[in-house]
Design a protein around this ligand. Structure first.
Ligand code: ACO
Length: 360
């Protein structure tokens, strides 16, 4: 059996392709580099959802904005009840209250929901009132405005857009696979998104960026990087933000996010000491991983720069995985629509347990 289904082809998709040897991600025929930093999240939703919904509007920016407003209206009363829960869990509980259909309206509500809920829950926790969405603003601009209370600088909104676009779809990752399995049973889109949210939460998938910052905090200064990393590897720990099942070279999404970080660094939005520490940790970690696992080719993954970018944009650390979900939800919905058109996904297992005793 293939451990972890490594190298098993479990679906055909028109949505995205990850070439782990070339370090290349293609989304509906376009390389990531042509989308990240050039397209808005709403534009990438149109790209991903094209052909899966009848009469899909060419421009989804306003429909997505109106969906943010509807999510807010549908969840406003219950938001305070979930403010003491971890952001991700509170967000998931409120998403469960949305419709479980397969039409465009339901898809838009689900795509809009994380962007509304993940800023509102930490505000309530801090004793501040949540901020209602503004349908006329771009998705990333409004999300940052709801999180911080002020309309963000265009550079910050562009950096968040780059992030959301960069993580919108990525082949048959664990959460997308979960969404496809659920959709193949003809369950609704909400069911698929909730299942995917469960898969994304783990530290080996979308839960790593918060721990990346914990690691940087624990290292503290560039001069401590080598000894801390060596000790961590010696005790069998994993360095968060490094390694990937598919990529055997650098994850191209890490470069897209590093470029976005560089752009907001230029306008003074990134702490220079943080950047210097991150540079030192990345260089030291890559060298240490090469010594530690010479045959595995462990490189920087998307989560390392995600952590730095989302911190610089002002999101609380425990909301990072929810911000990841705000991007990936567009891909989950597209995959759920695609898998919902296919056969029930029902593989086999090999039984290795005891057999019943033969009657005497
Ligand atoms: N630090 C130290 N050792 C590592 C790391 C790491 N970051 N990643 C892999 N290894 C080691 C493993 O311990 C394992 O060693 P072993 O063969 O002696 O047991 C070997 O490399 C292979 O690791 P696997 O777990 O088999 O690799 P897999 O492809 O299953 O895992 C994963 C990929 C989960 C991302 C892994 O690299 C990891 O745990 N990284 C740290 C967490 C992380 O950054 N997660 C975010 C991933 S990106 C995303 O999902 C969006």
């Amino acid at each position: 059996m293939t451990d972890g289904l490594e190298d098993v082809v479990a679906a055909e998709t028109v949505l995205s392709d990850v070439d782990g040897l070339a370090g290349r991600l293609i989304v509906r025929g376009q390389p990531l580099e042509a989308l990240a930093g050039h397209s808005t999240y709403a534009q990438v939703l149109s790209l991903l959802w094209d052909g899966f919904f009848p009469a899909l509007p060419a421009d989804l920016s306003l429909p997505l904005g109106e969906a943010r407003q509807r999510v807010y209206a549908l969840t406003e009363r219950e938001l305070p009840l979930l403010a003491d829960r971890p952001v991700y869990d509170g967000m998931r509980a409120l998403i469960a209250r949305l419709p479980d259909e397969t039409d465009l309206d339901s898809a838009l509500l689900l795509a809009a929901a994380p962007a509304v809920l993940l800023p509102a829950l930490p505000r309530l926790r801090a004793g501040a009132a949540p901020i209602a969405p503004d349908a006329a603003l771009g998705h990333a601009t409004d999300m940052l405005r709801m999180a911080t209370g002020v309309v963000p600088r265009p550079e910050a909104a562009a950096a968040l857009d780059t992030y959301l676009v960069t993580v919108a779809d990525h082949g048959l990752n664990a959460s997308t696979f979960a969404a496809r399995v659920i959709a193949s049973t003809q369950a609704g889109l909400n069911s698929a998104v909730l299942g995917a949210l469960g898969a994304l939460k783990g530290a080996l998938h979308g839960g790593a960026p918060g721990p990346v910052l914990d690691m940087l905090d624990a290292i503290g200064a560039p001069s401590n990087a080598e000894s801390w990393i060596d000790a961590e590897l010696a005790r069998g720990g994993r360095l968060m933000g490094f390694g990937h099942r598919i990529y055997r070279v650098r994850d191209p999404r890490a470069d897209a996010l590093k470029a976005a970080l560089g752009r907001i660094h230029k306008v003074g939005a990134v702490n220079a000491d943080r950047m210097a520490l991150a540079d030192a940790v990345e260089t030291t970690a890559l060298a240490a991983l090469r010594r530690h696992k010479p045959d595995r080719q462990l490189d920087t993954n998307v989560e390392f720069y995600t952590a730095l970018l989302l911190e610089a944009l002002g999101f609380p650390r425990d909301a990072f995985t929810a911000v990841f979900a705000a991007g990936r939800v567009g891909g989950w919905i597209a995959h759920a629509k695609e898998a919902g058109q296919g056969r029930l996904i029902r593989p086999k297992s090999r039984y290795v347990g005891p057999m019943p005793r033969k009657a005497a």
